[in-house]
Design a protein around this ligand. Structure first.
Ligand SMILES: NC(=O)C1=CN([C@@H]2O[C@H](COP(=O)(O)OP(=O)(O)OC[C@H]3O[C@@H](n4cnc5c(N)ncnc54)[C@H](OP(=O)(O)O)[C@@H]3O)[C@@H](O)[C@H]2O)[C@@H](O)CC1
Ligand SMILES: Nc1ncnc2c1ncn2[C@@H]1O[C@H](COP(=O)(O)OP(=O)(O)O)[C@@H](O)[C@H]1O
Ligand SMILES: [K+]
Length: 518
């Protein structure tokens, strides 16, 4: 198999600690000696360190060694770096080591590498390598060890963590007592779930996968051919986007999206949602807004068909005009800026047969109306796009599984038979069979009012297009989230994190699309 093809497949895989241990077990059972694998992995780590932190610009390296095989990796790296000329110092706070780790410790000692039980001598090193704990950690860091980690986190020098920052739970990303705040982490073999959960993000630093050649057959044997967790990659997204139209197409063949959004209180939400939909390239865009918002919408999105709706006294949409035939739309997205005064409208949408995307007050209306059971009976597909607050209101039982966002969204999707996008720093998209897509990249520049509205429009516009109909709905939603995040990243690169207001974000969607066509 071509190396690039393998890499693409490996990049999509996400494992839990238990799965990693099972995969590792199969490799050892097949005959790979544990020590040989450690040597191979540590060799790859050492070479990356030499590239990223070359000698002699980086001269003194402090290595933190824990009791398990994470510590074993660190000891082999320490030995090899010393051989390359670096001055290496080792901090070993726990004396009882696993057998292989203990052998490496003896050998390192015999070479004259100094070992310390206190962190003090390592504090002026140019680089710290963290090999305290990897995926074997389950217990909290306490006592002296926790104090040491806090001390290390005050340093200005870079800290490189092996496999995971010590103290971070492999599956949930939770900080177990306290954790190393790494500037960079090398994830060994396969992406662990923690890299795709919000909780541990501030500790991981720049994350990089070190592929050490785990056979795909072993991975599939443990995960099954269609694994429950998948990482969204650019190649997966490329497969799902409407890249090329038929030369003979016309507007009604490229999907008709209806947006229902806005109120006099929140008029901007309707504009931003429409701008997100615009970037999807959908053939026809209709936008239903309260009557008094009609001129505003027309001026910002002149290509859209604006449907003025009767208003409640508070300026929300009271109902859709009788002339609107909901069966002619290929998708409907509803919610941004709606206010709860439009909740009877939301209830009325439950019967539509096309895919229905609900966001913001569309979701809050569902929560108030307690209509989750209605979702189960819907003929058409449903996509719910809550942020964490909306999620808790909608699915209080599933929310008990938080902060493990993966388990929480999985449970809620199965329960509501809907595709659910749980938004956050690392968004998760689940389908009703329990499969979850995780979006590995984004930017805190998106943590800003209105950026979710742009996403809702983009999702709606993609779902509405017949070109995407051959893909599973959850994959289309995941592709939209990836696209939106990439637009944020590009905008932040060019304009700083402060320069990514939601309108600007919508303008970066097409440049990202241009790039992703490959
Ligand atoms: N998978 C692969 O293919 C490869 C894996 N490799 C490497 O192996 C690593 C996994 O190694 P691992 O299983 O030995 O576990 P690791 O994370 O080193 O630590 C567990 C030890 O720490 C202890 N301990 C835990 N918490 C504690 C606390 N709070 N305070 C004190 N002690 C605590 C715990 O003790 P216990 O809880 O069992 O009493 C146990 O002794 C993996 O991350 C990677 O670096 C590579 O070498 C090759 C390829
Ligand atoms: N820290 C963060 N890092 C990356 N993306 C974020 C972060 N915080 C929020 N986002 C993204 O920004 C968007 C915010 O959406 P939402 O909360 O619905 O805001 P609004 O309703 O104001 O538009 C989501 O796509 C979410 O994933
Ligand atoms: K570590």
């Amino acid at each position: 198999m071509q190396l690039t093809k393998r890499r693409e497949q490996i990049e999509q895989i996400v494992v839990t600690a238990e799965q990693m241990r099972e995969i590792e077990g199969r490799i050892f059972e097949a005959g790979m000696p544990v020590a040989a694998l450690m040597e191979k992995v540590a060799g790859l780590i050492t070479r990356r360190i030499q590239t990223l932190y070359p000698y002699p610009q980086t001269r003194r390296v402090g290595v933190l060694v824990g009791p398990g095989h994470n510590g074993g990796d660190a000891l082999v790296v320490a030995r090899e770096l010393r051989y390359q000329g670096y001055e290496v110092l080792i901090y070993r706070p726990i004396n009882k080591l696993k057998e292989l780790t203990s052998h490496h410790a003896h050998y390192a000692e015999s070479l004259g590498i100094p070992f310390y039980e206190q962190i003090q001598p390592l504090l002026d090193c140019d680089l710290i390598i963290d090999g305290l704990f990897g995926f074997g950690q389950t217990r909290s860091l306490e006592g002296n060890l926790a104090d040491t980690v806090k001390q290390l986190n005050q340093l200005s020098q870079p800290i490189l963590s092996i496999d995971l920052p010590s103290g971070i739970h492999t599956d949930t990303g939770e900080v177990l007592g306290t954790a190393i705040r790494a500037s960079r982490t090398f994830c060994l073999g396969l992406w662990k779930q923690a890299y795709l959960q919000d909780q541990g993000l501030d500790y991981l630093g720049e994350a990089e996968l070190i592929d050490f050649g785990i056979p795909l057959a072993d991975i599939w044997a443990v995960l099954g051919q269609s694994p429950g967790l998948m990482r969204v990659t650019s190649s997966m997204v490329r497969d799902c986007l409407p890249l090329k139209r038929s030369a003979a197409t016309y507007k009604y063949k490229e999907g008709h999206l209806l947006l229902i959004c806005g109120s006099t209180q929140y008029s901007g939400g309707a504009i931003l949602t429409a701008l997100g939909a615009r970037a999807s390239g959908v053939g026809m865009l209709s936008v239903a807004v309260p009557d008094s918002l009609k001129p505003l919408l027309v001026s910002h999105v002149p290509e859209s068909l604006v449907i003025g709706c009767p208003e409640t006294p508070s300026g929300a949409i009271a109902q859709l005009p009788d002339s609107v035939n909901l069966s002619k739309f290929s998708a409907i997205a509803c919610g941004p800026g709606l206010t709860l005064d439009a909740k009877s409208l939301v209830q009325g949408l439950m019967g539509v047969e096309c895919p229905l995307i609900l966001d913001a007050d569309g979701l809050n209306s569902l929560a108030e109306l307690k209509t989750i059971p209605t979702l189960i009976r819907r003929q058409g597909a449903t996509v719910l796009t809550p942020h964490i607050g909306e999620f808790k209101r909608l699915f209080p039982d599933s929310a008990e599984l938080l902060p493990n966002r993966v388990s929480a969204v999985q449970k809620a999707s199965v329960l509501s038979r809907s595709v659910i996008l749980l938004k956050g720093a690392r968004s998760a998209i689940a389908n009703s069979q329990g499969s979850v897509w995780l979006v590995p990249e984004s930017t805190p520049a998106l943590a800003r009012g209105g950026s979710g509205d742009v996403l809702t429009g983009l999702i709606g516009g993609l779902v509405a297009q017949p070109a995407t109909a051959k893909f599973p709905l959850d994959a289309i939603v995941a592709a939209a989230v990836w696209w939106h995040a990439k637009a944020g990243i590009l905008a932040a690169q060019e304009r700083t994190e402060l320069g990514v207001d939601a309108f600007t974000l919508s303008e970066y969607l097409i440049p990202v699309f241009q790039d992703s066509r490959g």
